[in-house]
Design a protein around this ligand. Structure first.
Ligand SMILES: [Mn+2]
Length: 354
């Protein structure tokens, strides 16, 4: 296991690489070329520049989150081969730069959904939260408007204004796409990219849908143990793996986190570890990482990862906003640094307890 930290790049992130380097036990960053739109080719020069910038600060790139998938690939439109070719070129460039883990998601329209970006908790911290009744009462096209005012001036991943400007067209594009279509289109994509993943030893790691059920009537597939297993078998290649995101996958109380980690043994290539506090099955907020602050047993989660032989990067996922920090919601320095230290502590204790 390597403890890592997500970093959105200079000019996009309020957190600096030199700050990340000072978090005990964090050696790698999970990053991206944040200005790239889905479907665009990443050149080797661009990746090399990012890599050098990070290495100059004594860190390294532990993986990419994300290389986003163009909607034409997800919907299986006639133009998908063009975008898959572009994706392959990007993977080749990443492979040549010695990068071996790529996180992605296959969610229609919305990358992830929250109804509040700054819900105040009793201790005065603010957290992202989700309430199903709020979503049910919302017109999907207004989702962006309703949360964009709370982004603290940042552009949140998956909510790029350029993309959201076309939200009506995006919904229209998915109108006749079923869950089976999504499985088939994912299989088609994976079959095309696996040879290049084999050549460069790149682990693809699909991120669970967030929340782990259908919203606004859109189809969603990365939502249950059965579906995640099915995804790993669409192309039964070790490079076709999973990002185990406790907060996204665990948003459905039907999902058993520990059982799923064991069921996916050998195919989890990346861990996002965070805690959720449920007020009811359809209202949750992103608690501190500590087990007692939420509803997940973080010790059991880390133990399952440890004991099942997980050896990829982990990052503390979204944190609370504390100590007056102003940053992209979920992505401040302070609470995620506390989370990384706590998770490292759990891991050390599990390791030494063996
Ligand atoms: Mn995640």
């Amino acid at each position: 296991m390597e403890m890592t930290f997500r970093w959105f790049g200079s000019g996009h992130d309020t957190v600096t690489l030199s700050q990340i380097r000072q978090i005990p036990g964090v050696t790698g960053v999970i990053t991206t070329l944040y200005d790239k739109m889905p479907g665009e080719i990443w050149t080797e020069e661009e990746i090399h520049g990012l890599k050098k910038e990070i290495e100059l600060e004594g860190l390294h790139i532990a993986g990419i989150e994300s290389v986003n998938i163009h909607d034409d690939i997800k919907t299986g439109s006639g133009k998908r081969d063009l975008y898959i070719d572009n994706y392959i070129k990007t993977l080749e460039a990443l492979g040549r730069e010695d990068i071996h883990m790529v996180c992605y998601n296959f969610m229609p329209v919305f990358d992830w959904t929250r109804t509040e970006l700054a819900r105040v908790r009793p201790d005065g911290s603010t957290v992202m939260a989700y309430n199903q009744k709020t979503v049910d009462a919302m017109i999907p096209e207004k989702m962006f408007d309703s949360i964009s005012g709370d982004m603290n001036g940042s552009v949140m991943p998956g909510w790029e204004p350029e993309r959201m400007a076309h939200i009506k067209e995006l919904f229209a594009q998915y109108k006749d796409v079923t869950e089976e279509d999504l499985f088939n289109n994912l299989k088609y994509f994976l079959e095309k990219i696996m040879p290049v993943c084999d050549r460069y030893d790149i682990n693809m790691a699909i991120h669970p849908d967030d929340p782990a059920w259908s919203v606004f009537g859109l189809p969603r597939i990365a939502i249950s143990k059965e579906n995640l297993i099915r995804i790993t078998k669409l192309v039964d290649n070790v490079h076709n793996g999973i990002t185990f995101c406790t907060g996204s996958y665990g948003s459905s109380i039907a999902n058993n986190l520990v059982e799923t980690i064991w069921a996916l043994k050998g195919r989890i290539h990346f861990g996002h570890v965070r805690n959720l506090k449920f007020n009811s099955p359809d209202d949750f907020e992103e608690a501190a990482h500590l087990s007692s602050d939420g509803d997940f047993d973080m010790y059991e989660i880390m133990k399952a990862l440890h004991d099942s032989g997980f050896d990829g990067p982990i990052r503390p996922d979204h944190g609370r906003m504390i100590w007056g920090e102003v940053a992209m919601p979920g992505y401040g320095l302070y609470d995620r640094a506390l989370g990384a230290t706590y998770l490292n502590g759990l891991w050390e204790a599990i390791d030494k307890g063996k």
